[in-house]
Design a protein around this ligand. Structure first.
Ligand SMILES: [Zn+2]
Length: 497
């Protein structure tokens, strides 16, 4: 066959499922698996046939001649997982195979969370189209990214009206270029100086395009409830759907108060504010060490002292990255302080002076995590990504399915799958994704519900999970029993109109 003819045939394959079937390629039937179709309905036995990038039948249909048949007996077939909070924006270029992501069953990563995003969005997405990864990608525009473009280094202040107007122009540009909405990180340096009204004005722009305001809210500690109310207020004033990122109660003072947080969100939803959230399945967060001190007085011992007490002490703070002293890495603040015959407070202050550090901080309780996951408006998201030095980077989705669905019975499997698939797909207006029905895009996972589990740890965050048998992105196999396949079918996803 000449290469020209091959090109033409390949083109036909993409255009027409019928043609693909005749070519005996790119047609698959998974037979006899238990289907979790993404809707949350109970599992049912069904054959799933897909040709090219589309699901063509779901039910009792037998494989057709030429199909590649997969025996799904004893396995669960589900839509590919959509990770609505993922930090792989840059790494998709250096690691397009994205093994740590597809091994979890992630078929779409949504990048640009927490206020930080690539810029310009249009160029970033064009680059992803030119050099696709194994997974699909979509992007939020970062509020801090935009604020920095307008304010430069002079960001430690409230923005003037003309500056907010310039930021709004940039949000408008990002939305026209394909952003899903505006993300903010109000617990971080640049975003933290923004007033509520600035976020309202910018969210209004995202809302005009049907976008979402997604926020790492201003406080996840003692002032969690105020911060939640602020996010809801932004939704209400800007008429924008709100996604609360990685909902949590991260200090001793708010532990066991999930019911209070849930009541705040439920009340808003009842009066018509469109609020949803996502959560990662770990009782420890990973961020920069400065996040521990909400009043940002990093060199003021009483502030640092309270910060450490709030998370239950310096033994709960694990240093995972500190360029000035790599020998501190993977040791607790408490242990390093003892070694150096100093106090944790003094060590903290020194670390910040030496350039700061990445830390993992055990600061949540399981009963709050469980209460949030049991809310229908809470999705599963990783807050991880390729190369993230937290086990959630390689473990989130199998951890939920293995530990919290199978072992702890926090929630039923079909509901957990819904939180990983149709819930984020609907939130982000991804057409034909998040469900397995005829006509859907064939982002599909096949896993063993009896064995699936995460294996990544805080000291070895990159260890891949087990139990994921096969992963298809747009009908192409990208993961096959324990290893990636060298395929890069990932697309750029944008909002449906
Ligand atoms: Zn965050």
């Amino acid at each position: 066959m000449t290469s020209k003819l091959l090109t033409i045939l390949t083109a036909l394959t993409l255009l027409s499922p019928g043609t693909a079937a005749q070519l005996n390629s790119r047609a698959w039937t998974i037979v006899g698996a238990d289907l979790a179709d993404g809707s949350g309905r109970a599992l049912r036995r069904a054959n799933v046939r897909f040709v090219g990038d589309r699901v063509v039948s779901v039910g009792t249909g037998a494989p057709e001649r030429g199909d590649t048949v997969i025996d799904g007996a004893g396995l669960v077939v589900a839509p590919g997982f959509i990770d609505i909070h993922n930090h792989s924006a840059e790494e998709l270029a250096s690691d397009p195979e994205a093994a740590t992501q597809v091994a979890q069953g992630i078929t779409t990563v949504v990048v640009g969370p927490d206020g930080g995003s690539p810029w310009p969005i249009g160029e970033y997405l064009a680059e992803r189209r030119r050099n696709p990864a194994a997974v699909n990608v979509a992007a939020f525009a970062g509020h801090a990214t935009i604020r920095r473009l307008v304010l430069g280094d002079d960001f430690k202040r409230v923005a003037r009206a003309d500056e907010v107007a310039r930021m709004a122009t940039l949000v408008d540009q990002a939305m026209r270029e394909g952003a899903l909405g505006l993300s903010s990180g109000l617990e971080y340096e640049v975003g933290g100086y923004a007033e509520t009204s600035e976020l309202v004005e910018l969210s209004k722009v995202a809302a005009r395009y049907g976008g979402v305001y997604m926020s790492h809210i201003r406080d996840e500690a003692d002032k969690s409830f105020e911060a939640l109310r602020e996010a809801i207020e932004i939704g209400e004033r800007a008429h924008v759907p709100v996604q609360i990122s990685h909902i949590k109660l991260g200090t001793v003072g708010v532990w066991h108060k999930a019911a209070e947080a849930i009541a705040i969100v439920e009340a808003a939803r009842k009066r018509g504010v469109d609020v949803t959230a996502d959560e990662y399945p770990y009782n420890a967060w990973s961020s920069t060490i400065t996040v521990l001190v909400p009043d940002k007085r990093y060199d003021y011992p009483p502030s640092v002292e309270k910060a450490l007490a709030d998370v239950g002490g310096a033994a709960n703070v694990l240093i995972v990255r500190h360029a000035a002293h790599p020998e501190y890495e993977f040791r607790t603040l408490d242990a390093v302080a003892k070694d150096r015959k100093t106090t944790p407070v003094e060590l903290f202050i020194q670390i910040v002076r030496d350039g700061g550090a990445g830390v993992v901080c055990t600061s949540m309780v399981d009963d709050d995590m469980r209460a949030f996951y049991r809310q229908p408006w809470v999705m599963v998201a990783s807050d991880g990504g390729i190369g993230v030095r937290h086990p959630r980077g390689a473990g989130t989705f199998p951890r939920v399915l293995g530990r919290y669905v199978r072992d702890e019975r926090w929630l039923p499997l079909p509901e957990a799958i819904r939180k990983m698939t149709s819930a984020p797909a609907e939130r982000l207006k991804f057409a034909r994704r998040g469900r397995i029905v005829a006509g859907a895009i064939a982002d599909i996972v096949l896993f063993n519900a009896r064995t699936i589990v995460d294996r990544s740890t805080f000291s070895e965050p990159g260890i891949l999970p087990t139990g994921m048998e096969k992963v298809f992105v747009g009908g192409e196999l990208v993961w096959d029993i324990g290893k990636p396949v060298a395929a890069r079918p990932g697309k750029v996803l944008v909002r449906a109109r």
